[in-house]
Write a protein that binds this ligand. Structure first.
Ligand code: BGC
Length: 463
């Protein structure tokens, strides 16, 4: 087989162009911070904004919460049922956990089938762990929900490829409660409805008083933080609340004041939710691999990468995953052998070293942009809370992208240093693995203490 000849300059110029359009320079990141601040203010006051700024009706835990609590944690394609014992002083026992996987059918099902799946999973867990006493349950539901109290909230829209019919515009706690009744599950009080970012923040804040930001960087992406209640102008109509601060779910995945490339536009147009979740499509694990595939295909079509026979493979939507990018960017073997193996597994045979180097560069360019956008938005949140960074801030982050990608965390930290300079040392980033379920249990405990006055306990009984 003869090796194809690619004009070196052609590839180099194309790569330089790609770097240029994907670059998030410091001035660009500062512009993001400026726009993010504006959108935060607008979102808090009910003006039109790409940031939904959803009040969570809960403050940080004190660390003194005690008791046994159950949590249901619905994130991406996994559902987890957990039981936690909170021991006070920020300590907790080893959780009991059971994992369930949602099929594509469940993600596209109708509301009753979807919530029945959740209820049935909970039933199995309660049976396995022999949990018979009445229990308070925290429900982590990782989608944009407009709450009007700690245990009630209406789904605004689906994200991350979910499309369960008949849920948008309805109270998800009500729908789960009905499913519990249908499935004859007794003695469960759903005392808290929690976004996964809020759960992550709560789990970390239980033992760390400096924690005031929770971030998810996984299939989807989002952040929450602590805001003085007086600034949440739109909350006035929602009723009384007993604390002076409240966690706000930013829903940053929908932020749209970002410089986009033609590749982003292609991805968006072909997605299940065009024009929505713009930041999420540039940052999160569900989309980065697909973005890389679109760029690889473009390079291939221009004759700069792989042989033309690879085009059919590269044209398959979804074939290239964010996990692949992690493997590719982490390859430091002589001859980039891991990349070769990975390409072979996708059916791309006979790549040259120049091909593999280009693939690695393309993946790095895309993931570096993602980490720098994340850093800019994180800096925006911190400087909204504390413009001079006069105190320490712990940021709790969960999600496989942050945890597993070889460069994401490093690049994010580097950009934070460029933006915050010496003050970056006041920002501590802490990986909070699988924290959202634990956080929901903690918030169930906070809610039991009546953090939101007027919240009713939702008791399910056998029908
Ligand atoms: C959802 C958020 C969620 C994030 C991380 C996004 O798609 O809109 O509510 O926190 O994913 O799971």
């Amino acid at each position: 087989m003869t090796e194809k000849k690619i004009p070196k300059d052609g590839l180099r110029t194309a790569m330089d162009d790609l770097k240029r359009v994907f670059r998030v320079s410091v001035p660009e990141a500062n512009r993001i911070i400026y726009d993010f601040h504006r959108e935060m203010v607008r979102g808090l006051s009910c003006k039109k904004s790409s940031l939904r700024m959803l009040p969570a009706y809960v403050d940080r835990p004190t660390g003194g919460e005690k008791g046994k609590f159950i949590a249901l944690d619905l994130g991406g394609t996994n559902l987890r049922a957990l039981e936690f014992e909170l021991k006070g002083f920020g300590r907790s026992g080893k959780p009991k956990i059971m994992k369930f996987t949602l099929s594509k059918e469940e993600m596209d099902a109708d509301s009753s089938r979807f919530f029945d799946f959740i209820a049935k999973s909970l039933k199995l867990f309660l049976k396995k762990e022999k949990i018979r006493d009445a229990s308070a349950l925290g429900f982590t539901f990782s989608f944009p929900v407009r709450q009007s109290g700690i245990k009630t909230g209406i789904l605004v829209c689906w994200t991350k490829g979910f499309n369960v019919k008949g849920v948008i515009g309805r109270d998800v706690v009500g729908l789960l409660t009905k499913a519990l009744i249908r499935n004859r599950i007794r003695g469960i009080d759903i005392t808290a409805l929690v976004n996964d970012t809020v759960g992550t923040l709560a789990a970390k804040a239980y033992s760390d008083r400096n924690c005031d930001v929770g971030i998810i960087l996984g299939t989807g992406t989002n952040a929450c933080y602590i805001e003085p209640v007086n600034n949440i102008i739109k909350i006035k109509s929602y009723g009384r609340y007993s604390s002076s601060n409240m966690v706000v779910n930013v829903e940053w995945g929908n932020f749209n004041k970002l410089k986009r490339t033609v590749f982003d536009d292609i991805l968006d147009k072909d997605s299940a939710n065009p024009a929505e979740q713009i930041l999420e499509k540039m940052v999160s694990g569900m989309y980065l691999g697909e973005l890389a595939r679109i760029v690889l295909l473009h390079f291939n079509e221009r004759g700069l990468l792989f042989s033309p026979t690879s085009r059919k493979i590269l044209s398959k939507k979804g074939i290239f995953k964010t996990d692949h990018m992690s493997g590719i960017e982490g390859d430091s073997l002589y001859g980039l052998k891991t990349i070769d193996r990975l390409l072979n597994s996708l059916g791309i045979i006979g790549s040259t070293l120049s091909d593999r180097t280009a693939v690695k560069n393309i993946c790095s360019i895309i993931s570096e942009r993602a980490s720098r956008i994340t850093a800019a938005c994180t800096a925006a949140i911190i400087t909204r809370m504390d413009p001079d960074l006069s105190r320490m801030h712990t940021i709790a982050i969960d999600g496989t992208l942050y945890e597993k990608h070889p460069n994401f965390s490093k690049n994010m930290r580097q950009c934070l240093i460029e933006l915050l300079k010496g003050r970056a040392s006041r920002v501590r980033i802490s990986l909070a693995k699988d924290a959202s379920g634990k956080g929901a249990a903690i918030i169930a405990a906070v809610a039991m203490k009546g953090a939101w006055r007027g919240a009713k306990i939702c008791k399910t009984t056998e029908s």
